[in-house]
Design a protein around this ligand. Structure first.
Ligand code: GLC
Length: 789
């Protein structure tokens, strides 16, 4: 207990608060981003906040001491600090945003007199014990909680509790799961319609209780370390996400092919099988960009090796696949097989890059190869060594790396809490290092690839911590082919996106258990806007490639995979925007409709960017789907029918129909469908224009290198306006440094009541369809006028 505030000192943008028994700091990072930490935390280096992008040098704030209450005023916030380091945040009109809870914890009573239920195998939820680091904040009735990475359950976490301890549990993930693979201690709160964020940067096992034990307060605790968290002011959720990703990093621009269709399966166990799968995609005219090699490709599951018998001449296989337009991604797990003479093991031992027990003996546990040692990714020299190991794979042409089992998972019981790591000279125990193990493995992989390749590294990881988005993309681990898991995918991915993990996806069709034809079809449909678009399934489960079921399923899956390819430029634009704004690709509706309470608990709909609303069917057998349309006017993607927003509608949705709506006033770029990204030179950009007022920024670059950082890209701004007699579309080429400009645009204008089309005053011909008119124009047009009939 900190007790009474005795003194305080202002040191640059930091206020030191001296209490009777403890010292705390409050650091003004920006007018709306405030860090609060205990003195012990001071010299600690964050693994998430490596290099924050705020300019705190010229911050203006005032501090006054009012009857034992310290009041800090910034350009956005009034912060009141009371005894016991209780801190309240107010807006400048003194409306409370977030207040510490001043009373004691008062959990509900779990009535049980003995453990009789456990005898039958019921697992009782454990009580939350008091922890060395604890924060309690008031909950007001209208509070909603989002974020926290990859949790099960609903979009809004109010009323639930979770733990952060990266865990590989292959049993079907259900709503009562408190842990999963990732630890992202960030939450986005919505108080009424006012958004704020809280980011608790502490890597120890942590607890979040969103008003479950008592609906008067929100509880956060960590089993070790010291108090260190950030309050991030809104009022818009977009601003909170921007600030959070300024702290922890934004998702970098990926190579364009990473947005293509990706095919994986645990049990593509030979070169022949891999080639057969690849050829099938081309034969069946189903676009595909990537084939994954799961652990089957390795020699005895030894990382950085491959099996020359099953995969004869890997280099040649990869070259052939490249020629057919496929990229190849291989899995790399952390466990290093304990085997003398195996180079990776020998080097790991020689350099002391392994985890040890308390006596310094290499710590051994079992994973796929049997007994393994574990590289110490906390140690930067180990990370550099591990990163260099990828060179061998890159030399034979591997295009990306898939990091798995990096919670770390182990088959012979969990790693004990006192297993030792070396934090560059300082000892660290597993209980502190666990949640950042996967994060630092991804960092090592990213940096290893980056050193030798001039392309943007592609890494995909299962385990992560806050900030891993700087290094890797994500998938949600071992889901099952269950409708429940398809349903869960949507809120899970939306919350991951809000937590900075924009480039994410699920195993399409489900990993464990057997998919059904209908489930696979609906899963493809639901995923066409998940940045990672990968079908993956487990060894022993039913085949799950798009052709594994009857013809109808293949045709529908193909239709939607092709639809995905049309939207590649839109997805790429969203990722380019996200690099600046931190906004995810898949967004809950409230992100753009923050005062619309109908959106706060909407689990089964999302926005792809701002203008495309997706309402996938996630119920078995469902042929009609209820869709909520928020403010504005929305056009049915398939029929062009216009709907008024703020409204629920019912959409007929037989198996081949994915309910999808475009906001009026949108301009959406499309490409021609290709077998793989880069197959065709995209000289022409298609623009779907849904008349109204609006503009759109389209980004174009080489799709793979870092030349864009030197300005080698083009930016096209399209603006549309409506007057009494006409519609106008103008092009403003904002920046032009990449030399492959489009030579033409194909315009699809969604209004048929047009008499005449003039491009830069010249009348041109157009084609009339049932919902739209179509015409082609040169790449250097400046204005199109569409005269109303
Ligand atoms: C883990 C991964 C899964 C992979 C399997 C074999 O279960 O989550 O994706 O296929 O290991 O490597």
């Amino acid at each position: 207990m900190a007790a009474k505030l005795k003194d305080y000192q202002v040191e640059n943008n930091q206020i030191k608060l001296v209490y009777e028994s403890q010292i705390y700091f409050i650091k003004i990072i920006e007018a709306g981003v405030i860090q609060l930490f205990e003195a012990d935390y001071k010299d600690y280096n964050s693994f998430a906040v490596e290099d924050n992008n705020f300019n705190s040098a010229e911050l203006d704030f005032e501090v006054e001491n009012k009857k034992g209450k310290l009041i800090i005023t910034t350009a956005e916030l009034i912060i009141e600090i009371k005894n016991d380091f209780k801190v309240d945040f107010y807006d400048l009109d003194h409306n409370p945003i977030s207040k510490d809870y001043s009373k004691k914890r008062d959990p509900f009573i779990r009535r049980k007199s003995s453990n009789i239920a456990e005898e039958e195998g019921h697992k009782l939820q454990e009580e939350l014990k008091n922890q060395p680091v604890e924060v309690l904040k008031e909950i007001t009735a209208e509070e909603k909680f989002y974020g926290l990475g990859d949790r099960t359950g609903h979009l809004n976490k109010k009323g639930y509790s979770y733990q952060l301890w990266n865990t590989d549990d292959p049993s079907p993930h259900v709503e009562s799961f408190e842990v999963l693979y990732k630890s992202i201690p960030f939450i986005l709160g919505l108080k009424g319609d006012y958004a704020y964020g809280l980011f608790f940067d502490n890597t120890f096992r942590s607890y979040f209780d969103f008003g479950k034990e008592n609906d008067d307060y929100f509880y956060y605790a960590a089993e070790g370390g010291s108090l260190n968290y950030y309050f991030i002011n809104g009022p818009s959720a977009k601003k909170v996400i921007d600030s959070y990703t300024k702290l922890t990093g934004k998702t970098p621009l990926p190579q364009k092919w990473t947005l293509g269709n990706q095919q994986s399966r645990w049990s593509y166990h030979s070169r022949e099988r891999v080639e057969e799968i690849a050829d099938n995609f081309r034969k069946k005219d189903i676009p595909c960009d990537v084939i994954y090699l799961d652990i089957d490709y390795m020699d005895d599951y030894k990382v950085f090796t491959w099996d020359d018998n099953k995969f004869k001449n890997m280099k040649e296989m990869i070259e052939n696949l490249h020629q057919k337009g496929f990229k190849v991604v291989t899995i790399i797990d952390p466990g290093v097989k304990k085997e003398k003479g195996y180079q990776v093991y020998d080097q790991c031992l020689e350099n002391g890059f392994y985890l040890t027990d308390q006596d310094g003996i290499p710590y051994v546990n079992e994973v796929w190869p049997g007994e393994c040692i574990f590289p110490d990714f906390i140690n930067s020299d180990c990370r550099a060594w591990w990163g260099n190991n990828h060179q061998k794979l890159l030399e034979i042409g591997i295009d990306g790396i898939w990091n798995d089992m990096n919670e770390p998972a182990s088959f012979n019981g969990p790693l004990p809490e006192d297993v030792r790591f070396d934090n560059d000279g300082q000892k660290m125990e597993h209980k502190e290092a666990h949640n950042i193990y996967g994060h630092l493995m991804s960092k090592s992989t990213y940096e290893g690839i980056n050193k030798v390749s001039n392309k943007r590294p592609f890494v995909i990881t299962r385990a992560s911590y806050a900030g891993t988005q700087k290094y890797s993309t994500f998938w949600t681990g071992d889901n099952h082919s269950l409708w429940q898991h398809l349903r869960m995918a949507l809120p899970m991915l939306m919350n991951m996106g809000l937590s900075g993990l924009s480039f994410s996806g699920t195993d399409i069709g489900g990993f464990g258990s057997d998919a059904t034809a209908e489930l696979l079809t609906r899963w493809y449909q639901a995923s066409i806007f998940t940045p990672l678009f990968r079908n993956h399934s487990s060894i022993g489960s039913r085949d799950q490639e798009p052709w594994a079921f009857k013809q109808e399923v293949e045709e529908i899956s193909k239709k939607y995979i092709k639809l995905r390819y049309k939207f590649i430029p839109y997805l790429y634009d969203l990722l380019w925007q996200g690099k600046k704004t931190g906004l995810p690709v898949m967004r809950p509706l409230f992100l753009h409709n923050q005062s619309d309470s109908n959106t706060y608990n909407l689990n089964d709909q999302f926005l792809a960017g701002e203008n495309i609303l997706m309402a996938p069917v996630v119920q078995q057998g469902q042929k009609y789907r209820k869709v909520y349309l928020p403010d504005g006017k929305w056009l049915d993607y398939w029929t062009g029918e216009e709907h008024q927003g703020n409204n629920y509608i019912l959409k007929e949705s037989p198996l081949d129909t994915l309910p999808m709506y475009i906001k009026k006033g949108s301009i959406i770029p499309n490409y021609e469908v290709q077998n793989y990204i880069g197959e065709k030179k995209m000289d022409e950009l298609k623009l779907k224009i849904y008349p109204g007022e609006g503009d759109y920024l389209h980004y174009q670059d080489d799709g793979q290198s870092f030349a864009y950082r030197e300005g080698e890209f083009n930016l096209y701004k399209f603006i549309q306006e409506e007057n009494d007699q006409s519609y106008e579309v103008t092009l403003d080429l904002k920046k032009q440094r990449y030399d492959e400009l489009y030579s033409s645009f194909k315009i699809e204008f969604f209004n048929t009541k047009i008499d005449e089309v003039r491009v830069d005053t010249q009348k041109i011909d157009f084609e009339k369809g049932s919902q739209s008119i179509l015409f082609n124009i040169d790449g250097d047009f400046s204005k199109v006028e569409l005269i109303k009939a």
